[in-house]
Design a protein around this ligand. Sequence first.
Ligand SMILES: N[C@@H](CCC(=O)N[C@@H](CS)C(=O)NCC(=O)O)C(=O)O
Length: 211
Amino acid sequence: MTEIVFHSQPVSVYLWTASLVAAEKGVSWSVDPVEPGSASHRALNPFAKSPVLQHGDVYIYETLAIAHYIDRAFDGPALQPADPRGQSQALRWASLVNAYIFPTMTNGIAKERLLVPAQGGTTDEARVAQAAKDMAMQLGVVTRDLEAHPFLTGDTLSIADCFLLPHVHLASMTPEGASAIEAAPKVAAWLEVMRARPSFAAADQFARRAA
Ligand SMILES: N[C@@H](CCC(=O)N[C@@H](CS)C(=O)NCC(=O)O)C(=O)O
């Protein structure tokens, strides 16, 4: 029996982030597959989004809340800076990923280039072109923080890195994403470091399925 359960559709970038946080914290997890939008899913999360964390009788949805809970409820390395400014930076990155980076790198580039054709559809080239421009700007923002320290919020990994990784990794599997990352060496180096961590292999079920 694992310490926590993620009730989730198995292929989910947010499940991936939550799993990375659990792996980095040293918390064992399992995935209980849900049928998206089903009555049982809505009973766990009225918004019918994945994942939902269960820890005993504690249920939490929204990945930032899940990541914060895992970090605070279990022993293990701190995954958020303790000082107010540092913690605000971790929250800022989660917010940036949710609002801009997920729509750009995953939905605008990776889904359009990888998933849409795999499902027999036609890539929206105008959407990809716009997303590639947006991604270049976003990687500039990532670069500025990585110029100050090796991880997004400091010298050690935080939940911020777990939020960003799936999106940069998925985009890197496309021509547009790969060239944007090549043009941002600090991001390329960070991606290599993140992929080499044991948490990447432990939490990469999305990557394995997408490959
Ligand atoms: N704000 C939510 C977003 C989660 C989310 O969008 N999950 C996706 C899977 S990656 C999902 O459940 N999609 C199903 C849908 O939108 O119907 C969070 O932070 O957990």
